[in-house]
Design a protein around this ligand. Sequence first.
Ligand SMILES: *Cc1c(COP(=O)(O)O)cnc(C)c1O
Length: 383
Amino acid sequence: MKKYNISTKIIHVGNEPDLINGSIIPAIYQTSTYVQNEPGKHKGYEYTRSHNPTRTRLENCLASTENADYCIVTSSGMSSISLILETLPNGSKLLCGNDVYGGTYRLFNSVYNKKIKIKHIDTSNLKEFTRCYKEYKPDMVWLESLSNPTLKISDVNSISKLTKKDKKILVVDNTFMSPCFFTPISLGADIVIHSLTKYINGHSDIVGGAIMLNNKKIYDKLWYLQNSIGPTQSPFDSWLVLRGIKTLSIRMEQHQKNAHEIADFLERNSKILKVIYPGLNSHPQFELAKKQFCGFSGMIGVYINGGMKETKLFLKSLKLFALAESLGGVESLIEHPAIMTHASIPIDDRQKIGITDNFVRLSVGIEYLPDLLNDINEALSKI
Ligand SMILES: *Cc1c(COP(=O)(O)O)cnc(C)c1O
């Protein structure tokens, strides 16, 4: 299946018709255990925490989207991240972007901080990254393909040259780009993770995570840890992701089309101080974005011309954009990172990276664009 385009793979890999009865859509194997012919003799499935046929189908599909040999599907994006940290020996050093997802920041700094040493830097500044990498000598480097929420971009190819030379592990959280627009393994990343909750499932009705990689030794370790600790995804949720992912390519096209137009519109509006969108040439890494990605995704960062009062008024006045955490669903969402997704980051650190009271993050959905533009325009006219 490697020869097929991703738009074909998301429909066919893992979604092959049932061999026994020909059903075009795979069954949901809603079972906890499997019958054995004699002790230890089974058909590859013993217990659903270890393996489940519906989850196996999803893992095959997801591995193919990132051109990876292996995939592990977990109960959430956070449990995927935890399993990766569990593979590290005590005292390991992690070098991480300074504006990663709030939950990632919390996990690193208040759950794993006793086991692992963590340093946060601006990984989008390659010079600064290289200097810090050589001085700190990390065992693992952690990047987000598009950082959250300030949408910075790190040069994965250049960073992977450094980590490869030292045989260190480079992890890329590719949640914001989706494998349609970016496949970090092809640029030298060792491990890719996704929150399936976001674009990949795309319908805001499940929580899930996935780890994709080529290294068999790390895969075996991760599988052993997952089976031992237990954060697996339910068969029904795996089935929903297998269903949702089929439209990933056309959804991503529409997300980016809408987002690009909205970013353009906002940039020309006097009620807006600044817009961050990787597809605008005002984005500090616009050249890298064009080189590294094949699309710009549907996330926009916006600074309202005003303070907390005006920002809250804007959020309250929107009718189509729902005020909610999360992203990547077909419906448009908006959120206030300082109060919502990134509240767990200390205020000083937060302000340093630009998460201020007048900053909002949009996850642009796939609705009819003029309706979204009208909604934004009307809400802005209130302030
Ligand atoms: C949401 C998110 C996660 C966490 O995933 P969950 O499915 O919510 O556990 C991790 N990384 C990024 C970039 C995210 O947006």
